[in-house]
Design a protein around this ligand. Structure first.
Ligand code: HEC
Ligand code: HEC
Length: 187
């Protein structure tokens, strides 16, 4: 009997996880954009995101270590393998593109200086495309970047560790606006 229960458990969870990724992906991309670029206010682009970063963030949503609508519900019931499968698919979507407009060079210059001073480019790499658990932020949506940076600063967003909360400590809200403006237009 016990063996049967264990065997059934394995079959059920294998079936559920096979359906989960297949069934859920179209819903994910409806919000996040099929081409890797989000057209929706407040919803981040996922194209070319670092797979390890995505795996960790989905795990944090699932465990409610990062609390944000609607992602805690979206990550419910996903297995660790599902998280990795989503991350691998997301990493292969095309990179987002910057807005098609002439940038404000004064703001870009101010933000470039802040990036160098605060070593953003050391962890996120020179072109800001990230590595391992450090996210690709290049050409991310400006509104989402503002929310993310404010969230780390006021502790409403908890990172996997305290790195970003510490980075944001000396940075003012005006500087957050310049940083987000620039990062959204890096390429
Ligand atoms: C109804 C819209 C919606 C749907 C559907 C949705 N998401 Fe999200 N997702 C969001 C929003 C909004 C955020 C940003 C949350 C925040 O403000 O921190 C987000 C954040 C994320 C992040 C973190 C990105 C980052 O840069 O930190 C990942 C990864 C992600 N979603 C993957 C998924 C996956 C995988 C699915 C499907 C299982 C999915 N999303 C479904 C709206 C959505
Ligand atoms: C010491 C390494 C380090 C430095 C320096 C650093 N970051 Fe980060 N950054 C990280 C890590 C690690 C994460 C992921 C944290 C988490 O788990 O939420 C992150 C996350 C982010 C995110 C969230 C992206 C997303 O998709 O949600 C943004 C935006 C960001 N960093 C911008 C910056 C900016 C701007 C600077 C400079 C002012 C900076 N970072 C400096 C390591 C760093």
């Amino acid at each position: 009997m016990r063996n049967l229960v264990i065997a059934l458990g394995i079959v059920c969870s294998a079936t559920a996880s096979a359906q989960t990724v297949q069934e859920r992906l179209p819903t994910c991309l409806l919000c996040h954009g099929e081409s890797g670029q989000s057209q929706n206010a407040g919803v981040p682009s996922l194209g070319a995101q670092q797979p390890f970063y995505v795996t960790v963030q989905l795990l944090m949503f699932r465990e409610r270590m990062r609390v944000a609508d609607p992602m805690n519900d979206m990550a419910k019931g996903l297995s660790d393998d599902d998280l990795r499968t989503f991350a691998d698919i997301i990493a292969k979507l095309p990179s987002p593109r910057p807005p098609d407009e002439t940038p404000d060079t004064a703001r870009i210059e101010r933000a470039r200086a802040l990036v160098a001073q605060n070593h953003c480019n050391v962890c996120h790499t020179a072109n800001l495309t990230g590595q391992d658990n450090v996210p690709n932020i290049a050409d991310q949506r400006e509104d989402y970047l503002i929310k993310a940076l404010r969230g780390y600063k006021d502790n409403s967003r908890h990172g996997y560790d305290a790195t970003m909360a510490e980075v944001m400590q000396p940075i003012t809200d005006d500087q957050i606006l310049d940083l987000a403006y620039y990062i959204a237009r890096v390429k």
